[in-house]
Ligand binder design. Sequence first.
Ligand code: F6R
Length: 365
Amino acid sequence: EKGEYRHFMQKEIFEQPAAIQRTLQDRIDSPDAVSAAFGEPAMAIFDRVRSVQIVACGTSYHAGMVARYWLEALAGIPCQVEVASEFRYRQHVVPEGTLFVTISQSGETADTLAALRDTDSDNYVGRLAICNVDGSSLVRESELTFLTKAGPEIGVASTKAFTTQLAGLLMLVLALGRRHGLGDERIEQILAELRQLPNLLEQATALDKPIEDLSRAFVEKHHTLFLGRGVQFPVAMEGALKLKEISYIHAEAYPAGELKHGPLALVDKEMPVVAVAPNDDLLEKLKSNLQEVRARGGELYLFADKNAKVADGEGIHVLHLPAVPEIIAPIVYTVPLQLLSYHVAVLRGTDVDQPRNLAKSVTVE
Ligand code: F6R
C-alpha cells in the first residue's frame, strides 16, 4: 500500500535506502562474503571468466551500461552490453570464457529470457541472472543468481529495482576483480563505500523539495537534453528514460562530449539541459561543454557535488549533492533524476504509476 505517499513511484523512490540496505545485508562483510552472495557454483565459474556479456532491456540495460564502466576500470575484464532484442537477433561472436549476465526486475521480460535460452555456445562459462523476483523464469533458468531485494515494485517506471541492480553489479565487479588482480585493500575500501550508500541515498531523497521547485521549469517544455560523461552517461540515459515515460516530455541523453557533433544545434532557450556533474576527473571537461550550452541560451540544470565549484548564475541552476565517493556516485545521482521526473509528471497531471501504453512486465516481444 502507498501509505503516506501519493504514488507508488514516489514511495519506491523513498524506499531506496532500505532496499539497498536489504540487498547488501550480510553480503558485504568481507571480500569472501561478496563472492559467496552469487552462490556456491560461482566460485568455480568466476575463476574462468575472461569476458562478460550483459543483456537486458530498458532501465535494466542502463544498469548494465554502468556495470561496464566499473568492470573494465576496476577488474580489467572486457565487457559488452546490449539490449536483448538486438542481441538475440544479431549474429554475434562469443569470446572464450564469457560470463553471460542478464539483468531484470521481473525476470519475465520476453527478449531477455529468449536471449538467455539462446546461449548454447561452449564459450560461455556460466549464466548469471541479477533479478528482483525469486522463482521467476530468468532465475529458474540460470545457474547463478543474485537476487536484488528491492521488494515488490508496483510503479511501472523502475526506480528501486535499478539502484539495487547497480549495488549487485558492483558486488559482481568486486567478486570478478578479486580474481583479476583487484587487491583486497581496494575491495575493502569499496565495501566501506557501499556501506555508506543507505545514508547517502537518504541524503539524496532529502533534496525532494528543492527538486520539486526546479521541476516547475520543465512543465511547459517539449524537449529536454540530459548530459553526463563516463559512468554518468548511462545515469543521464536513465534520467531521460524516466522523464519520457512518466511525463511524456521528449528527452534524450548524450555523452557531453558528443554535444558539438550534432545535438548542440537543438539548444536554445526552449531546450532545458540537465547535467550530472559529480566531482570527478571529467568535471573540467564537462564544464566547458556546459559553457557551449549557455552560449546558445540553453537553461542549465546541474546536479553537482557540493565541492564541485559550480555555482548558480544567469541561466545556471545548481542542485548540490553531498560529497559521494566516485565509484558509488552513479547510484546516488540516479535519485535526484528520478525525483525530477516524478515532480514534472505530477505537475503535468499524468498517470505516474501507470503511464499510457506501457506495461510493468513485457512478456511478449
Ligand atoms: C523503465 C522500465 C522498463 C524496464 C524494462 C525491463 O522504467 O521499467 O524499461 O526496465 O521493461 O524490465 P525488466 O527489468 O523487468 O526485465
